[in-house]
Design a binder for this molecule. Structure first.
Ligand code: HXC
Length: 515
């Protein structure tokens, strides 16, 4: 055969291989709003940038007549490409081929692209759409998962790892996404669970649909396993691209700088957001938008533990990670879920050189039997640990309440914040005036002729003494009391000054965080 014939032969083989599971299986996939594996990759990457690897890999199954089956690419598409011009590694499971189930050759393709990503120090994106371990391949399928989990752990904190759940992700398969940094889900498409409805019914007699058990909403609102929720695959791909505009390509780089843009001040006027009555709530996301470039804010886990808000935004062109108590939801308290949410995000930002901006307004940790028994001590400690350990620039703005453990936990100077400022509306104290007056003036109130009058008077006394920023300022626990409208310039200045910050933890193998 000459070159011409050999080229024709190559093209024929390629045409066969890219057919995946064939037109019937592809139709079934499309009928439920799903794209094919290759379409998904092409939708995420820059046009014409995808280079596929291992198109001709063949599966390794020999039992149950598997040796007679042709599984194109063994049900997974892998390769490299670019996003916003920067290189990434990517894989997408192809549900049309044996339900995207993971056999040894399938796993080897994923392992190979993961190793490549780690060596090249570029992000890895995994698109999951699979029935889990290929049952016919037995322990070899389990071995494949084990090798993937190990690499997820090795890559953690070195390169960004993104999981996109675009179909079933069942059984042990869920643990790869769970080990990665950001999990994207799509309504009615994504399904994640360790054991499916059938097994639950057999073992426990409980009945539940797949959607109710592990659908996109469940993981976005209840479990916190996912970080981004979309109504369609297209919306999800847009979210992935947006995320990549905020994060650096690996742990030795900084996020790309963008041209500076002022906030949209007419729409988000910082002086008009905080209500006059300190007991009234407001949406802290309006405060964030009043500070950030073009008032943009890329929120993460919007639907989970909404009493804390986390996400990325740019200030004078530079990415910052925002952590803010949300007075609109449960007065912004820290509880089990919000502590987990904040702590993980803080660690992400620290690993990837993203400065932390903390906006404080909380009455403290949530009291209650449920919370105590759910382990609020252990979970709450994660916030203390994550902030204390973080060596990136840490800037804190105390807007209103900073009571008790909440004051310490929300990146106080004591956890080595680099810059702490407070608004004149700040109240920094061991607890709120009402609770405090009831305890420390208990006898005066009880013995007074008019206890209600006495209580009011004592609350007033306590407020004027402690419910302000000046006591903390007098001890140097905050660096400045500023007007709200000065917040952006305070942050711009603090970020500039700390851009060369070097800070190190004591030498150790690793700490033991309260996981
Ligand atoms: C082999 C599989 C498979 C699997 C699906 N298929 N899952 N083949 N191993 N795990 C095959 C089907 O036989 C079928 O082949 C094709 O994929 C499409 O599957 P359907 O069932 O027709 O699709 P659908 O009705 O959409 O249902 C999808 C599904 C269901 C819900 C995912 O297939 C399912 O329940 N699969 C098993 C899920 C599961 O229990 N996985 C856990 C495995 S144990 P044909 O030839 O008919 O087209 C595990 C442990 C790993 O993962 C532990 C690691 C630590």
């Amino acid at each position: 055969m000459g070159l011409k014939q050999k080229t024709a032969d190559l093209k024929k083989r390629m045409r066969e291989a890219v057919k995946g599971g064939g037109s019937k299986a592809i139709e079934k996939q499309k009928a439920i709003g799903k794209k094919t594996a290759r379409e998904r990759i092409l939708s995420i990457l820059d046009p014409k940038s995808f280079h596929e690897n291992d198109l001709f890999v063949e599966h390794a199954g020999r039992d149950f007549d598997m040796d007679k089956k042709y599984l194109p690419g063994d049900g997974v598409v892998t390769g490299t490409g670019t996003i916003n011009g920067h290189p990434v590694c990517i894989y997408a499971q192809d549900f049309t081929v044996a339900g995207g189930s993971l056999g040894w050759a399938h796993a080897k393709k994923i392992i190979k692209i993961m190793d490549h990503a780690l060596k090249m120090k570029v992000p890895i994106i995994g698109i999951n759409d699979s029935g889990g371990a290929r049952i016919q391949e037995g322990v070899n399928a389990l071995a494949g998962y084990g090798e993937i989990f190990y690499r997820n752990t090795l890559s953690s904190g070195v390169i960004p790892q993104i999981s996109v759940i675009l179909g079933p992700c069942a059984g042990g398969a869920v643990y790869s996404p769970a080990l990665t940094d950001f999990v994207f889900v799509v309504d009615k498409v994504s399904k994640m669970f360790i054991t499916g409805p059938e097994v639950i019914k057999t073992v426990l007699g409980e009945e539940i649909s797949m959607e109710e058990l592990g659908g996109a909403r469940v993981h976005s609102e209840i479990t916190g396993n996912s970080h981004f929720f979309a109504l369609s695959e297209e919306e999800c791909f847009g979210q992935i691209k947006e995320l990549f505009s905020y994060i650096p390509w690996n742990n030795e780089k900084k996020a790309e700088n963008f041209p500076k843009k002022p906030p949209r001040a007419r729409q988000f006027n910082i002086d008009e957001i905080m209500p006059a009555d300190p007991r009234q709530p407001y949406d802290v996301r309006d405060v964030i938008r009043s500070i950030t470039d073009d008032s943009e804010f890329f929120e993460i886990q919007e639907l989970f533990a909404a009493n804390i808000v986390i996400g990325f935004a740019r200030i004078a062109g530079q990415t910052a990670g925002f952590i803010a108590n949300q007075p609109l939801v449960m007065a912004g308290v820290l509880d089990v879920d919000s502590s987990d949410k904040a702590a993980r995000f803080i660690r992400y930002c620290d690993a990837f050189n993203i400065p932390l901006v903390t906006l404080v307004d909380l009455p403290g940790y949530l009291p209650g039997i449920d919370q105590e028994h759910a382990g609020v001590i252990r979970h709450g400690a994660k916030v203390l640990y994550a902030y204390s350990e973080a060596t990136v620039p840490k800037i804190t703005v105390i807007m209103r309440k900073a009571y008790g453990g909440g004051y310490i936990a929300m990146c106080s100077h004591h956890l080595r914040a680099d810059f702490v400022c407070a608004w004149p509306t700040a109240e920094i104290a061991v607890m709120g005036p009402e609770g405090a007056a009831n305890i420390i003036f208990r006898n005066e109130i009880k013995n007074a002729e008019n206890p209600d009058e006495m209580r009011k008077q004592k609350i007033k006394e306590y407020k004027s003494k402690f419910a302000n920023p000046y006591v903390a300022a007098a001890y140097g626990y905050i660096d400045a009391v500023i007007e709200p409208k000065e917040t952006r310039s305070f942050l711009v200045h603090s970020l500039d000054v700390s851009s060369l910050k070097v800070d190190r933890m004591p030498k150790k193998k690793h700490g033991i965080p309260p996981f």
